[in-house]
Design a protein around this ligand. Structure first.
Ligand code: HEC
Length: 156
C-alpha cells in the first residue's frame, strides 16, 4: 500500500513538471531612473519581483515551488513594476511611492519568504534612510524626482 502511495506521489511530481509556468522577463520599456545608490538598493532587494529583470533561480524551475514563485512575481509586477515606471501617470507614481516607504518602514517588503533565502537582500538601516529621503524627494517641487515624474501636472 505504502509503495503504491509513494509511486503515485512520484508520478504526480513528475507530471506537474510539465505544467507551463510563465517565467518571462519582458523588455524594460520605461524603466525607472534614480540615483545609483537608490538603484543599487532596489536592484538588490526589490527587482527580483518588482521589475522585468527577475533572476530565476534553479528551484524556480521545479514544480510546485515554481508555481509559488511565479505567482509572487506576477502579483508583485502587477502592483508595482519599476521596469514600466515612466509609463505610470503622476498620480499613480505618487501613490506607489507612498506605499514603497510605508512597506519599507513597516519592514514587510521584501517578503519574508524571500529573505529566508536571499539574506543579502535584507534592508540595512542605511538602505532604509536612503529610500526614505528618495521617496520624500518626490513630494518636493524643487527636486529632479518631482519634476521628472511630472508631479506638477497632478494636483494632490
Ligand atoms: C519575493 C518577491 C518580492 C520582493 C523581493 C519584494 N516584493 Fe513588494 N510585493 C510582492 C508581492 C507579491 C506584492 C503584492 C502582494 C502584497 O502586497 O503582499 C508586493 C507588494 C508591494 C507593494 C504594494 C504595492 C501596492 O500598490 O499596494 C509595494 C509598495 C512593494 N511591494 C514594495 C517593495 C519594495 C520597495 C521592495 C524592496 C525593498 C519589495 N517590494 C520587494 C513581492 C515582493
Amino acid at each position: 500500500m505504502l509503495k503504491w502511495i509513494l509511486a503515485i506521489l512520484i508520478f504526480a511530481v513528475i507530471v506537474i513538471q510539465f505544467i507551463p509556468v510563465d517565467r518571462s522577463n519582458p523588455a524594460a520599456s520605461a524603466a525607472l531612473h534614480a540615483p545609483d545608490e537608490v538603484m543599487n538598493i532596489l536592484k538588490n532587494s526589490c527587482f527580483d519581483c518588482h521589475s522585468s529583470s527577475t533572476v530565476w533561480p534553479w528551484y524556480s524551475k521545479v514544480a510546485p515551488v515554481s508555481f509559488f514563485i511565479a505567482h509572487h512575481v506576477e502579483e508583485a509586477r502587477d502592483e508595482l513594476n519599476f521596469s514600466v515606471w515612466q509609463d505610470y501617470p503622476a498620480e499613480k507614481k505618487s501613490k506607489k511611492i507612498d506605499e514603497v516607504w510605508e512597506h519599507v518602514e513597516k519592514g514587510d517588503m521584501p517578503l519574508k519568504s524571500y529573505l529566508v533565502i536571499h539574506k543579502s537582500s535584507r534592508l540595512s538601516q542605511t538602505d532604509k534612510e536612503v529610500l526614505k529621503s528618495w521617496t520624500q524627494s518626490f513630494l518636493e517641487p524643487d527636486s529632479t524626482e518631482y519634476q521628472s515624474a511630472g508631479m506638477e501636472t497632478f494636483e494632490k
